[in-house]
Ligand binder design. Structure first.
Ligand SMILES: Nc1ncnc2c1ncn2[C@@H]1O[C@H](COP(=O)(O)OP(=O)(O)OP(=O)(O)O)[C@@H](O)[C@H]1O
Length: 298
């Protein structure tokens, strides 16, 4: 599945006078596990709701898996959505939920869903309301995968889960992706989890796309430079600085530039983790992806 998973052009959503998402243009390649991050209110749910056809754009458009307009019958057939609170009917049993899924979907892989649930030890005759949060999330994931989607969208699937359930949920998501080759986009505040799971990252900030790119590229392009604070301005004039911190006589600069750039004499160079990149951009709303305007924190 290598078609573009989600393509947004000038996408915007306005509620009353304020824009929840604005001028959002991005192209997310297929075959990836994409992490969508950003502070509270950044527009993640708004973006995902439009992508899965649950709400309509005020401006622009969003297409899925090559060409299908979000919300069109073809797009709805190809996309599966796991909402923030794993919206399931709590009074129905797991097996009732499977029956609902079967009757609502043209493509439905009951066998795989049942096998998955059996492997996880989730009884089919148990009421959804009597399951733990982690089990409910697994049921929601099994139902979503039974659709055999080309694109699986999850809005904060980890929010209510303890660290162990989180780990198990993400492991089973990765296993399913490896088996089916489905493209996945999921929003999360659990930044530490992203590095293990995602190979593509989108950061939204204040209703706009701040960063979008492959994790390998992003980690190769960002670097920390540590050196004398009195030379920091000189270095910052030469290299695109995303964030600058000064402590006593030392400066820490997070810069974005291609690998192999000349490290200034007297400065140390360190690689950065994805978590550091995400947190840095989230702390610097004004920092654009390329090349970043400088922001100083002392
Ligand atoms: N139905 C609505 N009516 C009015 N404003 C809304 C509505 N839905 C979202 N908003 C506003 O749009 C902005 C983006 O909200 P959204 O829920 O998309 O953010 P988010 O990134 O998913 O946040 P969180 O991380 O808290 O879930 C926020 O300012 C929010 O208050």
């Amino acid at each position: 599945m290598n078609a573009v998973a989600i393509e947004a052009r000038g996408l915007g959503k306005r509620y009353g006078r304020s824009w929840a998402l604005r001028d959002c243009s991005l192209s997310i390649p297929g075959g990836h596990i994409v992490g969508l991050v950003g502070p509270n209110g950044a527009g993640k749910t708004t973006f995902l709701s439009m992508a899965v056809g649950l709400s309509t754009p005020t401006a622009g458009e969003v297409r899925l898996l090559g060409a299908h307009r979000a919300g069109s019958p073809d797009a709805l057939d190809m996309v599966a959505f796991v909402a923030q609170d794993a919206a399931l009917y709590r009074n129905l049993t797991v097996s009732d939920m499977l029956r609902v899924g079967r009757s609502l979907n043209r493509r439905w892989d009951e066998r795989t869903a049942q096998d998955r649930l059996a492997e996880l030890g989730i009884p089919l005759d148990r009421r959804v309301g009597a399951l733990s949060g982690g089990q409910r999330a697994q049921v929601a994931l099994s139902l979503a995968l039974a659709k055999r989607p080309g694109l699986l969208v999850l809005d904060e699937p980890l929010a209510a889960l303890d660290p162990l359930a989180r780990h198990e949920f993400m492991s089973s998501l990765m296993a399913a992706v490896a088996e089916d080759g489905v493209s996945v986009v999921f929003s999360s505040h659990v930044v530490a989890e992203l590095e293990r799971v995602c190979d593509y990252l989108v950061v939204l900030q204040d209703g706009r796309v701040q960063v979008s790119g492959g994790v390998e590229d992003l980690t190769a392009e960002h670097h920390v430079l540590v050196g004398p604070a009195d030379q920091a301005d000189e270095v910052a004039a030469l290299l695109p600085v995303v964030r600058e911190r000064r402590a006593h006589a030392q400066a820490h600069l997070l810069v974005r530039c291609a690998e192999g750039f000349p490290v200034p004499p007297g400065w140390q160079h360190h690689p950065v983790t994805l978590e550091e990149i995400v947190l840095t951009y989230m702390r610097e709303p004004a920092a654009a992806a390329l090349p970043g305007p400088k922001a100083v924190a002392r």
